[in-house]
Design a protein around this ligand. Structure first.
Ligand SMILES: [Cu+2]
Length: 166
C-alpha cells in the first residue's frame, strides 16, 4: 500500500516536471497567458535580434500588445512579416498586435516578432534578457526572454528593409 502511494506521488511529480519542460516558462496577466518568451542568440557585433513568444487571450474582449521595452536595447517594436510586391518584408505594426478573444497569437521566426534594434551587447545562449510588455487593456508585465541558440539565419543578416507603417 505504501509503495503504491509512493508510486502515484512519483507519477504526479513526473507529470509536473514534463509539463513544465513542454511549455517552458510563462506569465499570466489578467486574461492573457504569455508563454515562453525567447530570443535568438546573436553573433558579436549584431545590431538586431528577434524576440518571440505565444500569447493566449482567455478573455471575452480582444487586447493588443502595443509596445515593449528592453533595457540595453535602443528600440524594440512589434513587427509583422508581409509579402510586398512579391518580396517578404517586415514592418512595424502601428496599431500593435491584436490578440482576439479565445485566440493564441504566435510570435516566431518568419512571422510576428519583437524586433530589437540597437543591441548594446550580443545575446548569449543560456542567458536571459529582461523586458516589459505593454498591453492596451491588460496593462504591463515584466518578462524574461530566454536566449536560445537556434539554427537558421543569424539575426544580423535578417532583412530589415523597412516598409512604412500605414
Ligand atoms: Cu523585424
Amino acid at each position: 500500500m505504501k509503495s503504491r502511494l509512493n508510486n502515484s506521488i512519483f507519477v504526479v511529480f513526473l507529470c509536473l516536471f514534463t509539463s513544465s519542460l513542454a511549455f517552458g516558462h510563462g506569465y499570466k496577466l489578467g486574461d492573457l497567458d504569455i508563454r515562453h518568451p525567447w530570443a535568438r542568440a546573436t553573433p558579436s557585433g549584431a545590431e538586431v535580434a528577434g524576440g518571440y513568444m505565444e500569447i493566449f487571450n482567455a478573455g471575452s474582449a480582444s487586447d493588443r500588445l502595443i509596445s515593449i521595452n528592453v533595457p540595453g536595447v535602443h528600440m524594440a517594436a512589434v513587427h509583422e512579416m508581409a509579402v510586398v510586391d512579391g518580396i517578404m518584408k517586415m514592418r512595424p505594426l502601428a496599431q500593435g498586435l491584436e490578440i482576439k478573444s479565445g485566440e493564441t497569437i504566435i510570435l516566431k521566426p518568419g512571422s510576428f516578432h519583437v524586433m530589437m534594434m540597437g543591441l548594446s551587447k550580443p545575446l548569449i545562449a543560456g542567458e536571459t534578457l529582461a523586458g516589459t510588455l505593454h498591453f492596451e487593456k491588460a496593462g504591463s508585465i515584466d518578462v524574461e526572454f530566454k536566449i536560445e541558440a537556434m539554427g537558421g539565419e543569424p539575426a544580423s543578416q535578417h532583412n530589415h528593409t523597412a516598409v512604412p507603417a500605414n
